[in-house]
Design a protein around this ligand. Structure first.
Ligand SMILES: O=C[C@H](O)[C@@H](O)[C@H](O)CC(=O)O
Length: 272
């Protein structure tokens, strides 16, 4: 199995809290981006002390209450299933802060981490404040919810976005990369994909590859899988009959999303 593909697990880490994914920089190919996926039963609580990282707490499904030692955001979250295609609520918590999550219902939460030195205010990122985009044409149409884009100054290095790609379409396509610290032409951002499928037995194909093909992995990615993108192009293809969801976390030396399209496929964008 590719070293870029992580399958979901189910480890109960405290009463009512199950760890589904734990992709942190000390156990992955990544230096900047970390992520955890946790399930919480109603009434269960999860507490974490952040060191020199910031965290975006995404209420993926269900209702949660999030607090640090000063503020509390009660009963946030907007959906029971990501395929309701409604934006959801998130909370930004900065470095050297403690946060607690309490589940008001059965909930799945994605914890998105990246380096942070300068402590910023804890902030509710409301669903209605997500920037919505309809990208692409022909068979690369997708719906994008920008949860924490580089235009939002709430974070020091973290970028979070979710993407819905319907049956028979491609996304993260034409292939693009952001693995060079070469602004204004390209930024260096590591990336993770947390995938869900509808129906659940579905899969997508994702290829992660570099210009020189020293990295070239094509994976069948299933519901709940995580794909790690340390570098390279990273297109996703969705088979007929299934809809795809993924949550992207990006971070690097500069909090700017400036990607480079693979020249060989850039003509895709020129079609009328
Ligand atoms: O670089 C960002 C990620 O590859 C995705 O968020 C991608 O941009 C989604 C898309 O445009 O299809």
């Amino acid at each position: 199995m590719s070293k870029l593909l992580r399958k979901p697990k189910a480890v109960e880490i405290s009463p009512g809290v199950t760890l589904i994914h734990d992709v942190m920089t000390d156990s992955s190919l990544l230096e900047f981006v970390g992520m955890k996926v946790i399930d919480l039963n109603p009434g269960a609580t999860y507490t974490e002390d952040l060191d020199k990282v910031e965290c975006c707490i995404v209420a993926l499904t269900g209702k949660i209450t999030v607090s640090d030692q000063q503020v509390t955001f009660e009963n946030i979250g907007t959906r029971e299933c990501v395929f309701e295609k409604k934006p959801t609520d998130s909370v930004y918590v900065s470095n050297n802060q403690q946060f607690q999550i309490e589940a008001n219902s059965q909930a799945r939460v994605v914890l998105c981490y990246s380096p942070s030195q300068q402590q910023l205010p804890t902030k509710l990122i409301k669903a209605e404040d997500n920037q919505i985009e309809y990208r692409g044409k022909y068979s690369n149409k997708r719906l994008v919810h920008n949860i924490l884009p580089d235009s939002n100054p709430a974070a020091n290095s973290l970028l979070v976005v979710e993407v819905f790609t319907d049956s028979g379409n491609w996304s993260s396509y034409p292939p693009h990369k952001h693995d060079q610290n070469n602004l204004p032409y390209e930024s260096f951002l590591e990336e993770t994909y947390y995938h869900e499928m509808n129906p659940k037995q579905g899969f997508v194909f994702q290829r992660v590859y570099t210009d020189d093909r020293t990295l070239d992995e094509t994976m069948a990615v299933e519901n709940g899988d995580v794909v790690i993108v340390p570098k390279g192009y990273h297109p996703v293809a969705v088979p007929d009959g299934y809809d795809s969801y993924y949550l992207n976390i990006m971070a690097g030396p500069k909090r700017i999303w400036k990607f480079h399209n693979e020249r060989a496929h850039e003509w895709i964008l020129e079609r009328k």
